[in-house]
Unconditional design. Structure first.
Lengths: 270, 292
């Protein structure tokens, strides 16, 4: 059996697929994701246009068994909503064990799920895979980080939910001077501004070397809301070219960690 | 025509409410057939005009009603058929929660009505309140009775016990988001498989160790559509493709406390889901197979 398994490009199993499912739902704003199994862990990436890139990252230690062949690249495109539905096939109230198999390039990803409380049932899913499109490399080693803040996720989520939905653009002002953080939205006839000093309860840490003003599509910023809802804190990093990086750790019962990450490209001044 | 029935026990009242509420989720219109031994609820397919019923529910009156009197149309036609909007009855029965008694009768007000008189205890005094609901009904003329007869179905190829309805419903509801049709496979060895296929995925949920109540095999498979597990005999398996939404709707019957649910399959053509309760209520759903 072991010999047979090692021929597979990728196999993995975990005791409960529930947290993986909620992680996937947090980045599920596109139908397709690039599924990439690295030796260190599993990474799923979705992109919106060339402007937003979201990844879910599951370090290998979350799996009870995790095996990737070292001589091949395990990377393919997969329907992420089907994947999430399959993981949830026994309902969100049920913890079910999960096994994943991927034989070789072009073969489907196979999932086998078995609920922990009932023993006479199992589900197997074959999800077809496609050749992956290239993933944007947004990280630029040459740029420096101009600001890093750590915010409480539920409060930040509340703040984003309060922003006027009809606005297209959100302006973010970060500065070492008071008020350290300003979020400004421009509507048809109004301008609204939320100021947040670094002493605010929502701000856990604040680092900013010099003042920056950046504009983002509000719609892009809103894509992180699902991820915020399942996290406790969010790290916001802003680099000198305006690229915004948000890193979130998934709220989990055990010690192992799962992450999601969002890169958001700024709007250029016109 | 006369009809008058009284219910005084909490258990049956709760069951009755659950049954009616399940039916109201399945269909807007419902027909009640009042016979001298049983009360029937019948639902026909709304889209396809006069067609055999898709839901058939029998309630033996002796277990539910402490008093049950009826006089039918005439000596030769002893039943009464009433058509009504099922949510009207379901909503009225909400009052039945912790009621002391329910009196049901056929009355003539501005139009024929099924009148419910519900006696509700007061939380502050010994006296009770009486709540009356008049539900407009249409008396179905005798010439149309034949539309509401119990469907005659071919002998099923297999009858197999169903897993818990709640579990089944969760799974079907997930599958429904991916595909409109679900394939049901049942084998004489007690396995039941639900399967969907789409361009991007194939999902199969397999239940095993289910009790097989009847098997009329062997099944003849003339096509290559049947796929089997290794060392499984094809002739022991039958299947039917059905509308996932219809199947899921029947599963909402899990709120009725039941002691037996059975799925019968006529190979490729029909699925009959049957639920029975301790009080001998029988609820059957007929889902015709989709054949390409």
């Amino acid at each position: 059996m072991d010999d047979e398994m090692s021929e597979y490009y990728f196999t993995a199993s975990m005791d409960s697929g529930k947290t993986l499912c909620s992680l996937l739902k947090a980045i599920q704003f596109q139908e397709f994701a690039v599924f990439c199994a690295l030796a260190e862990g599993l990474k799923l990436t979705v992109e919106e246009g060339k402007c937003v890139q979201a990844s879910a990252y599951v370090p290998a230690d979350n799996f009870t068994e995790y095996h990737v062949r070292s001589d091949v690249d395990v990377m393919f495109k997969i329907n992420i909503s089907v994947l999430a539905e399959c993981l949830n096939i026994f309902g969100s109230g049920e913890e079910s064990s999960l096994k994943m198999y991927y034989r070789c390039e072009g073969s489907p990803l196979i999932l086998v799920l078995q609920p922990q409380s009932v023993h006479n049932v199992m589900t197997d899913c074959e999800i077809s895979t496609q050749t992956a499109d290239s993933v944007l490399e947004l990280r630029d080693e040459d740029t420096s980080e101009v600001a890093k803040l750590v915010l409480k996720a539920p409060a930040f989520l509340g703040l984003l939910a309060d922003l006027e939905r009809s606005c297209d653009i959100m302006e973010l002002k970060l500065s070492p001077e008071h008020p350290n953080i300003s979020i400004i939205t421009y509507g048809m006839q109004d301008r609204s501004c939320i100021d947040m000093p670094k002493s605010s309860e929502m701000v856990q840490s604040f680092n900013c070397t010099h003042a920056v003003t950046l504009k983002y599509q509000l719609h892009h910023i809103r894509l992180i809301m699902k991820a915020l809802a399942v996290s406790t804190k969010v790290v916001v990093r802003c680099s000198s070219n305006g690229l915004l990086l948000l890193q979130l750790k998934l709220e989990k019962e055990d010690q192992r960690q799962m992450f999601s990450e969002f890169y958001i490209v700024p709007l250029l001044d016109d | 025509m006369k009809f008058r029935a009284v219910m005084i026990d909490a258990g049956p009242m709760r069951e009755f409410t659950n049954i009616v509420s399940t039916i109201s989720k399945l269909s807007k219109e419902c027909v009640a057939r009042i016979a001298d031994d049983q009360l029937y609820f019948i639902v026909s397919d709304e889209n396809s005009g006069p067609a055999p019923p898709i839901l058939w529910c029998e309630i033996p009156h002796a277990m539910f009603f402490s008093e049950y009197q009826m006089v039918g149309l005439d000596d030769d036609h002893k039943d009464i058929y009433l058509e009504f909007t099922s949510t009207n009855l379901a909503r009225s029965l909400i009052t039945l929660k912790n009621a002391k008694s329910l009196k049901m009768k056929l009355t003539k007000k501005q139009c024929p009505c099924l009148t419910l008189e519900i006696e509700v205890p007061s939380s502050t005094s010994q006296q009770t309140r009486q709540v009356t609901h008049d539900i407009p009904v249409k008396v179905i003329p005798r010439k149309l009775w034949s539309d509401f007869q119990e469907p005659k179905i071919p002998k099923p190829d297999i009858s197999i016990q169903l897993p818990t309805l709640k579990q089944l419903r969760t799974t079907i509801d997930r599958m429904r988001t991916m595909a409109a049709e679900v394939m049901l496979w049942a084998s004489a060895e007690g396995r039941l498989t639900l399967q969907i296929k789409t361009d991007t995925s194939k999902v199969s949920t397999r239940f095993k160790d289910l009790r097989v109540e009847a098997f009329e095999g062997p099944i003849e498979h003339s096509d290559s559509e049947t796929e089997t597990q290794a060392n499984e005999d094809k002739s022991n398996i039958c299947y039917c493709r059905v509308d996932a939404k219809k199947f899921s709707m029947f599963l909402s019957a899990d709120q009725i406390s039941h002691n037996r649910t059975v799925c019968s399959i006529v190979h490729k053509r029909l699925v009959v889901l049957c639920l029975q309760t301790e009080e001998n209520v029988k609820l059957q759903c007929f889902i015709t197979g989709i054949v390409y």
